[in-house]
Structure formats: structure tokens, C-alpha cells
Design a protein around this ligand. Structure first.
Ligand SMILES: [Fe+2]
Length: 389
């Protein structure tokens, strides 16, 4: 997050003596990425953050690939992915490559029995259904439907859902990215401030608040995902023992409903919807907006072939203007190498319309995606022929 934030107590000077009122040392930790070159925060712990007591047997979480080389457009019914009690078990990878994991999750329970850390990737959780609180070692972020939660790699967290027994349950769409997830550079000035033509501003970000400081000893389980393997480490002290921190590297939330659409007289290309970027993919938000206002404008997109990127759309709500047979929770994959476009009738339907209420998240990856076994299980198998007249 390219803005400065601080919570709790800090010594006036970094890397200097900092003690509790009782005279005990606090322990400083630099929490950074990209070596010492990326964004970082300085944390002050009540206890040393290094007190590993035991390391238990690892679990292999690497997804099984079912289709290694894909050229077919796919329609995956995300809501057909069954719920699971445990938060991590519920996370179902659907589309993967060496850069990203794209998946959905329907957790029945909050993650409160243990702590979780992804050491490989930044995580972007999109809350489709459900509400609750993300609890991290740097503070808490309440969330509601439509929120993106950006959790930088290495962040220890738990997640609490307000209600897990509602009929529709909790539904998440998620992206894990091995390269850091940032806001687009073209919307930031030299100092990192969001520029005036950005579709959102700093005020729209939900920053961590209510820093929890637990001075507790015991057996604290942290499950750490590294190179696709889930390691279970037992620590002597509570991982949420930070008395204060400041810096730029922290989790934050952003509501898709705060994305201000950029519109024009004629059709605007997908980059106007861009919300996040990494070295290997972009994330776009398609939100309700007024349509193009040229008298002869065709609001539906033209056929297009990004020959070298795969396009994943996750449909959240509303009528998606360019597609037939789409409902919330569905993912489509339009692979690089072949063009795609509006379904027959969609272009014609769009002419003369003044607005759309579509809500969707798009992930475009720069390298081809592979389908997991779970993806094939919810693949309709015929979508690739759906453009035939
Ligand atoms: Fe497209």
C-alpha cells in the first residue's frame, strides 16, 4: 500500500531502545518485501517473533493439474464448488500457472483455531457473499460483500465471518500472486499519491485499525504456505503481540462499489476498469455505469484477441452485457491464442441502452493458465461453442 500508516506505540527513532512501562524490551521486526527494496513496515513485538517450539508434518497443497495446455474457452460454475468447514480446505484452486492461483472458496467456519500465513504470495480475497472481520498482526479490517482484501505475503492472519449458516453461505473469489499486488502505477504520482484521474483515492481504502496486542504464552499454531506446501509451526507466544508499527506494508480493504467507472462517448477498453496490477497479471472491476453516449455507439465490446494473455471473469451481480447464460458465481476463461467477443445477440441488444448494472471481477494473466482437477469438475464443457450462430 503506497501510503504511510501507523498504529499503537512507537519509539521516536527507529532502531533504538524501546521498553514497556515495566522495563522489558520490545522487539523490533522489519517486515518487508522485494529484499530491502519493496514496501516495508517496522513492527514492535512484546516477545521475540522467532520462538519456534515445534515443526509438524507438512501437507502438500499443490493443485493437481488436469489440463496443462488449454485452448478452449471455459465456463466454470463457481457456486458448484462445495463448501468446506475449514477456511484453508475450502479454498479451491481452479486456474493456475507459476505466477498465480485463481480460485473460489465457500468456508463454513471462521478461521480462529489457528493462524495462517502465505509466505509465497500476496493474496487478494474478493468477498462475494458474507461479512466479517479480517484479523491480522497489524490490526483488523471489517469487511462486507464487494470488498477486496489485499493481504501482503508474510502477513499472519485469521478471518471471522459474522454468519456462516445463512442459506447462501460465504462465497469468496481469490487470487494468489507470487509478485506483489499493487495499485496501477499510472494512477500514482512520483510520490505514490493517487492522481486525480484515478478511479479511486486514498479515502476509499480500508486501513487496519484496532491493533490487538496479546501478551500470551502457550502453544500457538501458525500454518505457513511456502512453495505450495503447508507447514505447521508451533510458537511459544501469541503472534498478535505487536505493541505498535508504522510503514507502508500492511493489509487493506477496498470496496468494488467505491471504484468510480471511467466512461466515454465510445466503448472504453478494459484498462479503464483496472484496479490492481502485478508483474504477471492485472485485476479489473466491472461496475454499474452509464454506457457510451455517441449516438451510434455500440456499448458491447468488440471481438478482441489479446493473443498473449488469458482472461478470467468472475461474475458477481447484475446482467453481464456481453454474455448469454451467465449468473453470479460463474467464472469464464477466455484463453490467449484465440479471439473472443460478445455472444450472438449481445452486441445488437446493447445498442441504444443507456446503462449497465453488471458487477464482475476480471483477472488477466500474461502467461497461460492451467485447469485444475477441481476446475474440470465444475466446467460446463460446451461453453467454447457458445458463439456459434
Ligand atoms: Fe474479453
Amino acid at each position: 500500500m503506497p501510503i504511510y500508516h501507523r498504529l499503537g506505540q512507537l519509539p521516536p527513532k527507529r532502531h533504538t531502545i524501546f521498553k514497556s512501562p515495566a522495563g522489558a524490551f520490545y522487539y523490533e521486526q522489519l517486515f518487508g518485501t522485494v529484499g530491502f527494496d519493496g514496501m516495508s513496515s517496522l513492527l514492535y513485538h512484546v516477545h521475540r517473533p522467532t520462538q519456534v517450539k515445534a515443526v509438524l508434518d507438512p501437507v502438500d497443497l499443490r493443485p493437481a493439474v488436469a489440463v496443462d495446455h488449454n485452448i478452449m474457452s471455459r465456463k466454470l460454475v463457481g457456486f458448484d464448488v462445495p463448501p468446506a468447514n475449514d477456511f484453508l480446505e475450502s479454498r479451491t484452486p481452479l486456474l493456475i500457472n507459476n505466477d498465480v492461483v485463481v480460485g473460489v472458496a465457500a468456508p463454513r467456519q471462521s478461521l480462529t483455531d489457528y493462524f495462517y500465513k502465505n509466505a509465497d504470495s500476496d493474496e487478494l480475497l474478493f468477498v462475494h457473499r458474507g461479512a466479517g472481520t479480517l484479523r491480522t498482526m497489524l490490526g483488523t479490517i471489517p469487511f462486507v460483500p464487494g470488498d477486496y482484501l489485499l493481504i501482503p505475503r508474510g502477513m499472519i492472519y485469521q478471518i471471522e465471518f459474522d454468519k456462516t449458516d445463512v442459506p447462501e453461505g460465504t462465497r469468496l473469489f481469490y487470487l494468489e500472486s507470487t509478485s506483489p499486488i499493487y495499485t496501477p502505477k499510472r494512477y500514482r504520482n512520483y510520490f505514490g499519491q493517487q492522481l486525480e484521474h484515478s478511479p479511486y483515492s486514498e479515502r476509499d481504502f480500508k486501513l487496519p485499525q484496532n491493533l490487538e496486542t496479546h501478551d500470551e504464552r502457550g502453544d500457538f499454531v501458525i500454518k505457513i504456505k511456502k512453495e505450495g506446501i503447508l507447514h505447521t509451526l508451533i510458537y511459544d507466544t501469541h503472534p498478535f503481540d505487536v505493541i505498535g508499527w508504522d510503514g507502508y506494508n500492511f493489509p487493506y480493504g477496498f470496496s468494488i462499489h467505491n471504484f468510480e467507472p471511467i466512461t466515454g462517448r465510445i466503448h472504453q477498453p478494459p484498462p479503464v476498469h483496472q484496479t490492481f496490477e502485478t508483474k504477471s497479471c492485472v485485476v479489473c472491476s466491472f461496475v454499474p455505469r452509464l454506457y457510451d453516449y455517441h449516438p451510434d455507439a455500440i456499448p458491447a465490446p468488440y471481438n478482441h484477441s489479446n493473443i498473449d494473455s488469458d482472461e478470467v471473469l468472475y461474475y458477481v451481480d447484475g446482467d453481464f452485457m456481453s454474455r448469454n447464460g451467465i449468473s453470479p458465481g460463474i467464472l469464464t476463461l477466455h484463453p490467449g491464442g484465440i479471439p473472443h467477443g460478445p455472444h450472438p445477440g449481445a452486441m445488437e441488444r446493447s445498442i441504444g441502452k443507456t446503462k449497465t448494472d453488471e458487477l464482475a471481477v476480471m483477472v488477466d494473466t500474461f502467461r497461460p493458465l492451467k485447469l485444475t482437477k477441481q476446475a474440470l469438475g465444475v466446467d460446463d464443457g460446451v461453453y467454447f461453442q457458445s458463439w456459434r450462430e
